[in-house]
Design a protein around this ligand. Structure first.
Ligand code: NAD
Length: 408
């Protein structure tokens, strides 16, 4: 999907064929074996990956995913998308991504810690505040980042908070980082509503995925006056056309670890959830959820891609024939996370920390700029919002590589 999208953008930008492979191939990719002593006395060897897509603009940046479907190819695609996202928002980074093929839900806390520390140990020659800076993604969180930072710092002999972002605030994390992605998703939805003349007071939203991105997006949308009528997680979903009680839902999830069974709504499957009538649909789980099968049937007016790669290229072709749907593409929609990760890194390097309102204010300014540029380009060149956002990102990386010459 990432390569297909790149090829389309390269054609729009008229990038010479001879330059395209350099932009497509990841600069570096590392595969590691991660042996972990398990609670039952056995040792299990997991596969871990880290891919750095390009080095033209600075160190690389991107999340670490723990999920059973993680492969080197998936990580490489996610790294490429990170490159375009960082360039679109003007951050001095190339894209990276990493992951371990594991179901984190099946591990005890101790197993997760041993896995994370050993994986970090294997990555030490490959990461660092000036080299490559991991962050949380699906299946990882602040605690994972704390273990990574601690393992790296122990090796360095001093605290190195800038090696990861998305850490707990107490060890150099940024205020507002945990909320940044979902908050950014909601801000961009608000801007899209404004662009198409939708009134937030009567708008409804359906959100797939109730993790970091989905749950914060739900709360932030509610603050804008949007009614959240459906949410789901890996186990299934709940729907209430009158609006879900988010506080009660969060309490339910805290004790049951899933939205399934929540008494304040009716059960729906993930497939059904995506087809529910709503004004705003937010896929905030995994890739390839909006496909050729369901793209013609989704009923929203704004498709806000909280997740990375939730829409396949075939589905994109169908959406291009449905101008009534305003798509906020992933590289723009979920970029709030990496923007505040950048703020965290800057604060760590300077050992000078900002208030949450400074963080949010600077975040919204960057998102506003990226949204406006993308919308203007999309309208001017009559291309989709995805092609416009990717064009802006790819163009910046291409120009940087051209300016530097053959090495990066
Ligand atoms: P998370 O692990 O906190 O939450 C993921 C959620 O998706 C969980 O509720 C999980 O149950 C649900 N889920 C998993 N498989 C599913 C399926 N098949 N159907 C429906 N729901 C499913 O992860 P997250 O950090 O919220 O990331 C979600 C998406 O957002 C990913 O695509 C990630 O790459 C992207 N993203 C995250 C960040 C960030 O800052 N965390 C930033 C940018 C993009």
């Amino acid at each position: 999907m990432a390569c297909q999208q790149f090829d389309s953008v390269a054609t729009i930008l008229e990038i010479p064929v001879n330059d395209r492979d350099r932009m497509k191939f990841p600069k570096r990719a590392l595969t590691v074996a991660v042996p972990v002593p398990m609670d039952n006395g056995t040792t299990h060897v997991f596969s871990g990956y880290r891919v750095q897509h390009h080095l033209a603009l600075g160190p690389t940046k991107g999340g670490i995913r723990y999920h059973p479907d993680v492969t080197l190819g998936e990580v490489a695609a996610l790294a490429m998308w990170m490159s375009w996202k960082c360039a679109l928002t003007g951050l001095p980074y190339g894209g990276a991504k990493g992951g371990v093929t594991v179901d984190p839900g099946a591990l005890s806390l101790g197993e997760k810690e041993r896995l994370t520390r050993r994986f970090t140990q294997e990555l030490i020659p490959f990461i660092g505040p000036q080299v490559d800076i991991p962050a949380p993604d699906v299946g990882t969180n602040e605690q994972t980042m704390a273990w990574m930072m601690d393992t790296y710092s122990t090796h360095a002999g001093h605290s190195v908070p800038g090696v990861v972002t998305g850490k707990p605030v107490v060890i150099g994390g940024s205020l507002g980082r945990r909320e940044a992605t979902g908050r950014g998703v909601a801000y961009l939805i608000y801007r899209a509503m404004d662009s198409i003349g939708m009134k937030e007071g009567s708008a409804t939203a359906v959100i797939q995925g109730f993790g970091n991105v989905g749950s914060i997006a739900a709360w932030s949308l509610a603050k804008y006056g949007v009614k959240v009528v459906g949410v789901s997680d890996a186990m299934g979903g709940v729907y209430n056309p009158a609006g879900l009680d988010l506080a009660a839902l969060e309490a339910w999830v805290a004790s049951n670890r899933t939205v399934v069974g929540f008494p304040g709504g009716d059960a729906v499957s993930n497939a059904e959830l995506l087809l529910l009538p709503c004004d705003i649909l937010v896929p905030a789980a995994l890739e390839r959820q909006i496909t050729a099968e369901n793209a013609g049937k989704i009923q929203c007016r704004i498709l806000a891609e909280g997740a990375n790669g939730p829409t396949t290229p075939e589905a994109d072709d169908i959406l291009a024939q449905r101008p009534e749907i305003f798509v906020i593409p992933d590289v723009l929609c979920n970029s709030g996370g990496v923007v505040v990760s950048y703020f965290e890194w800057v604060q760590d390097l300077q050992s000078f920390f900002w208030s949450e309102s400074e963080v949010v204010d600077k975040l919204f300014r960057i998102l506003e700029g990226a949204f406006t540029q993308t919308l203007q380009l999309s309208r001017k060149q009559k291309i989709t919002m995805r092609m416009a956002a990717l064009s802006l990102g790819v163009r910046r990386v291409y120009d940087a590589r051209k300016a530097r010459g053959v090495f990066p």
